[in-house]
Design a protein around this ligand. Structure first.
Ligand SMILES: [Zn+2]
Length: 267
């Protein structure tokens, strides 16, 4: 689950396809206000090995599209950025189709003995994918650093458009802000060149994109504080004031972020 609060990314159409030397997006056909253009399934390919990141919905046409993309290569692992169904639901079906295990932070979403944790390194042939814990959208959210391509694969922690829902109560704003600072430090120290997000188009200037997210969060917090000062009492009151610019169909998601912000602001 994602969500769009204000437009931050570009508005160009997004169809997936190859973005970096080793990473290609297979775009799932599940567009919605919550999934933007649809879920991005990322295929990372070395000469003879492939990993699939976020198989997406359990839709036969999408799984078949992934299989076409990986044809001719050995799929060694399926990785999950987090367990939300629009990213993880098709994992087990794909695992059976291609004969690969599913690795995730949350044991409930794994298939096989291997997990994923902060600091782990997944080898894809001669490529290195470094695992970075980025909780906040959910408590099991991970990002992946594909070093050879100077690429950050961010799941729903940073999106190609709009901003991320903090999925209260599992997602926590303090964690999310820490994760954004960590991602920005990583983007700067590694000279990262591109964000490969869970939804929406790839973003150039990762450090700048993360800085914009941090500024947006600060702005929303200021707005929530102001709403409380002017008499808002409930999360719904705050949503009506602070998210007045957001389509009503997104208010249930905005409410989760408001609850996360109220939780954060509580002394
Ligand atoms: Zn999600």
């Amino acid at each position: 689950m994602t969500g769009r609060a204000v437009p931050l990314g570009d508005t160009a159409p997004w169809f997936g396809g190859q973005v970096t030397v080793h990473a290609t997006c297979v775009l799932a056909r599940n567009p919605s206000p919550m999934t933007l253009d649809g879920t991005n399934t990322w295929v990372v390919r070395s000469d003879d090995e492939v990993v699939v990141i976020d198989p997406g919905p359990d839709a036969p046409s999408h799984l078949a599209a992934i299989e076409r993309q990986v044809a001719g290569s050995l799929v060694t692992r399926i990785l999950l950025t987090h367990g939300h169904p629009d990213h993880a639901e098709g994992a087990v079906a794909l695992a059976h189709r291609v004969g690969a295990p599913v690795l995730a932070l949350d044991p409930a979403h794994r298939l096989g003995d291997e997990g994923l944790a902060d600091g782990d390194v997944v080898e894809v042939g001669d490529l290195t994918v470094r695992i970075v814990a980025t909780p906040g959208h959910t408590d099991d959210s991970l990002s992946f650093h594909l070093e050879a391509d100077r690429a950050l694969i961010t799941g729903d922690t940073v999106l190609g458009r709009g901003s991320t829902v903090i999925a209260h109560p599992e997602g926590r704003l303090a964690d999310y802000l820490s994760s954004l600072h960590r991602l920005r430090d990583l983007a700067e120290s590694s000279d990262a060149a591109v964000v490969l997000p869970g939804h929406g188009p790839a973003l150039l200037d990762p450090a700048g994109a993360v800085s914009a997210y941090l500024a947006h969060r600060e702005q929303r917090l200021d707005q929530v504080r102001a709403a409380l000062d002017s008499g808002a009492r409930t999360a719904d009151d705050v949503v009506e004031v602070v998210y007045a610019d957001v389509p009503r169909e997104l208010w249930p998601a905005a409410r989760l972020s408001v609850l996360a912000q109220l939780d954060y602001l509580q002394p």
